[in-house]
Design a protein around this ligand. Sequence first.
Ligand SMILES: *Cc1c(COP(=O)(O)O)cnc(C)c1O
Length: 450
Amino acid sequence: MKYYSTNRQAPEVTLSEAVIKGLAPDKGLYMPERINTLPKSFFDHIEDLSLQEIAFEVAKAFFGEDIPADDLKNIVYDTLQFEIPLVKVNDRIYSLELYHGPTCAFKDVGARFMARLLSYFVKQHPSNKGNVHVLVATSGDTGSAVANGFLGVPGIDVTVLYPKDKVSLIQEKQFTTLGRNITALEVEGVFDDCQRLVKEAFMDQDLNNKFFLTSANSINVARFLPQAFYYFHAYAQLKKQNPEAAKNMVICVPSGNFGNICAGIFGAKMGLPVKRFIASNNANDIFFQYLQTGHYNPRATQATLANAMDVGDPSNFARIVNLYGGGQQKAEKITPEEAHEAIISEISGATYNDEQIKAAMLLSLGKDGYVCDPHGACGYQALTYGLKPGEAGIFLETAHPAKFKDTVEAIIGQEVKIPATLQKFMDGEKKSLPMTNSFEEFKLFLLNHL
Ligand SMILES: *Cc1c(COP(=O)(O)O)cnc(C)c1O
């Protein structure tokens, strides 16, 4: 399968090139040239299949031409070493709990899959530069998902750069206590300094001559496509629990960069019977405004309680427009107005400010006895007020409430228990190396340590 760039100004590439490059040279996002549909027989019996079995079928549709079935099966099964249960919240609303992985958030799925896929490619085509080095700048959550996703994966090292004193204790512990193939650098500066150091490293000739450097950005096809797996698993569970409800399934996705919902839309294009999607925003309502007006106006990011959704210019917007036939599509190019029409026919929006997020958390606890994290709360609220008669709604509970323990406890006035997976990090010993924000020093470090 070939991958094209959403900007259409770069050559098509193979899967391995798309994974290793991440972003296309024309700054576009890679997209698979085709979306294979799954047969009716798969959906007829999907409720009898396990998460891994479902994921393997979906993975074959994306990657089956490029990776032998046995290898792909290993990658998929090894990625999904945890459950993704669909929990009934009330008569009409279900929560897809994506927080049972190592860092208690949905990004574990994509990060673990990408790590294993990259490792597979490195084994197939060993580089004369030795290990692949993943450099990642983080303001908190990306670092933990990537570091844990790549932990112990052969042939790959990860260096995480994070701003000193600017990430929460639990976030810091999630990438500084791992050791093995993960190194954490505590940078004297802010997130933008970390990002600049990483970007300069990718452009530096000396470093690139000597090392095989790559990013594990969330826009990478190997991180976002596997997120389609759990949409099928959600449907399978709903069908098993309530076959009638499964006929009118609405999926609500708390969205920031729009990678997660984009994977769901791929699922729908593969035949998953989703009646419609709801994209729920916090106060960063750029997509919501687009749905209302047809105009996409990126803005500066505003800090909110659901901070993993604080995105003022969602990168995957280009992918969504592309999926609905807009943008620089190869075959038939449709007008922006036509693309907007197509998008609003299948996706509606919602937006909640911090006060409304708090109200949603109190409502889900008070009415249904279910504790939402601030992100999932945006999903719960959009279903509570947006479901039409006869519809059943699933919202993606994107992170465990204990990841935002202080915030959540202050709002709901009740203790939130820390799951064992998070407690294990808290008990670990922090190991990080200090770094200034000077590129020369960072480069010297890489030359001496990689
Ligand atoms: C990353 C993240 C989101 C937003 O997902 P996108 O794919 O960027 O839309 C929502 N909730 C949590 C907890 C996240 O970590």
